[in-house]
Design a binder for this molecule. Structure first.
Ligand SMILES: NC(=O)C1=CN([C@@H]2O[C@H](COP(=O)(O)OP(=O)(O)OC[C@H]3O[C@@H](n4cnc5c(N)ncnc54)[C@H](OP(=O)(O)O)[C@@H]3O)[C@@H](O)[C@H]2O)C=CC1
Ligand SMILES: O=C(O)CCC(=O)C(=O)O
Length: 432
């Protein structure tokens, strides 16, 4: 187990080339937002760096007896408002820089939602599709063991992200609990409900994307019944966003998985298309009138574009080709800093990830409350409280957006979140 020096990570100014890292984008967004607020530059400097990054080596005995060693990370960015919180990603592109950038976004996301959590993110550099279920379980248990010293229900609470799911969280919780000698449900969220998971957590990030898209459509005087939507990625976030918008009357014309996209100008039946959870790779194999590439999907002439897969899909190279009337970010970091600028100048609103997909961490907070209090909530209660929390956050951001015509939606969202973090740091006193 090793603790990396976060200062070895390149500064925002050092990595301006696209595709840029999540960390470079997060730092440039922070600098931009800080410039619009009267924030102590020392606080901004501190917020550009994580508190800690844990790097671990994870030996895994493969099913054929060979041992392979994987690398895992947990980046803990800021905990001024409460325990660190954020997902675990299993993907070949996971890196220290990516985890730090994603952890920064979790800090702002929790603050925008006014949750008593800070920001963290972790992951393993692995393609989970290359592992059997048994191998994935062994790797997850080893990860929990290696992270034991830095996580816990009052310290740092992981959750699912790309490549992980409720089953993964169940193994993680069991491994941690076995080491502690008692069942500690609150160490992770996004678990199966039978062991303390919350009903509605799986659907929550996609549901919040749909709620925010619905509000944004209304804000711009459009009607959901006349709205066309394209969704990139059909996993936990994309499938649930697409299905909720479909159910509420929008026409979902395009969907995709890693292999490509399907398109029907008359609308796809989102419940008939199998998602990543049911079977990865089934979207591109669906019998639809047209197939497209993921790149083509992003440039479709639709009312709402929802990138809900990987980062950096809207870049300086394609930002001028985007024909959607608005972008609602389901994935974390789908728009590069330079692309954001192009879209702003073209008058295409981008509702940012740290607001739109924040339903995931919000229901994680509800799950943590249920675990700590040993009381399960009904699905109706979860969805009602999620709706209220999302509308409160949307209204806070909308108020900031309407108060200053120079702010983009991302700037306005940062203003809301960053101010809460700065206020908390100020109230607790500066660092010794
Ligand atoms: N899960 C959560 O709680 C939250 C996740 N997020 C963010 O949402 C995004 C998606 O996460 P999640 O839904 O959990 O992930 P999943 O692993 O559940 O699903 C990912 C989906 O994206 C597709 N995909 C993978 N790579 C690409 C690619 N290069 N181009 C196009 N599609 C691709 C996958 O296709 P295939 O099925 O073929 O693999 C799958 O449909 C990530 O950015 C994540 O950080 C944000 C908030 C909460
Ligand atoms: O539910 C959580 O704690 C975090 C989810 C997450 O990783 C995210 O919102 O990006």
């Amino acid at each position: 187990m090793a603790t990396s020096d976060p200062d070895t990570v390149p500064s925002a100014a050092e990595s301006r080339a696209e595709p840029e890292s999540a960390l470079a984008t997060a730092r440039r967004q922070l600098e931009r937002a800080a410039a619009t607020l009267d924030i102590d530059p020392n606080v901004v400097e501190r917020l550009k760096h994580p508190q800690r990054v844990q790097r671990v080596s994870l030996p895994l005995e493969r099913d054929d007896g060979r041992v392979e060693v994987y690398t895992g990370y947990r980046a803990q960015h800021d905990s001024v408002r409460g325990p660190f919180k954020g997902g675990l990603r299993y993907h070949p592109d996971v890196s220290e820089e990516e985890c730090i950038g994603l952890a920064m976004w979790m800090t702002w996301k929790c603050a925008v939602m006014d949750l008593p959590f800070g920001g963290a993110k972790g992951g393993i550099v692995v393609d989970p599709k290359d592992l059997s279920t048994e191998e994935k379980e062994r790797l997850t248990r080893r990860f929990a063991q290696e992270l034991r010293d830095v996580i816990g229900p009052m310290r740092d609470i992981p959750a699912p992200d790309m490549g992980t799911d409720a089953e993964t969280m169940g193994w993680f919780m069991d491994a941690y609990s076995m080491q502690e000698g008692e069942t500690i449900a609150g160490v992770v969220t996004g678990k199966p409900p039978v062991i303390g998971g919350s009903l509605g957590r799986e659907e929550a990030p996609g549901r919040s994307v749909a709620i925010v898209a619905r509000e944004a459509v209304d804000f711009y005087g459009m009607d959901l019944a006349d709205t066309t939507v394209a969704v990139q990625g059909f996993g936990s976030v994309g499938a649930n966003a697409a299905r909720a918008l479909d159910e509420w009357g929008a026409t979902v014309v395009a969907l995709s998985d890693v292999n490509g996209a399907i398109y029907d100008p008359d609308g796809l039946d989102t419940n008939d298309v199998m998602g990543h959870e049911e079977r990865p790779g089934m979207v591109s194999g669906y019998d639809a009138p047209e197939t497209l590439s993921n790149e083509d999907l992003v440039e479709l002439d639709v009312d709402v574009l929802i990138p809900a897969a990987v980062g950096n899909v809207i870049t300086e190279a394609n930002a001028s080709e985007i024909r959607a009337n608005m972008v609602v970010e389901g994935a974390n970091g789908p728009t590069t800093f330079a692309a954001d600028d192009v879209l702003n100048r073209r008058g295409i609103p981008v509702i940012p990830d740290i607001l739109a997909n924040a339903g995931g961490v919000t229901v994680s907070y509800f799950e943590w409350l249920q675990d700590v209090n040993h009381r399960a909530w009904s699905l109706e209660r979860v969805n009602e409280e999620l709706e209220t929390a999302m509308l409160d956050a949307w209204n806070d951001v909308r108020t900031a957006y309407e108060a200053d015509e120079d702010l983009s939606w991302r700037d306005a969202t940062y203003v809301v979140g960053l101010q809460r973090i700065v206020d908390a740091h100020t109230a607790r006193g500066l660092w010794p």
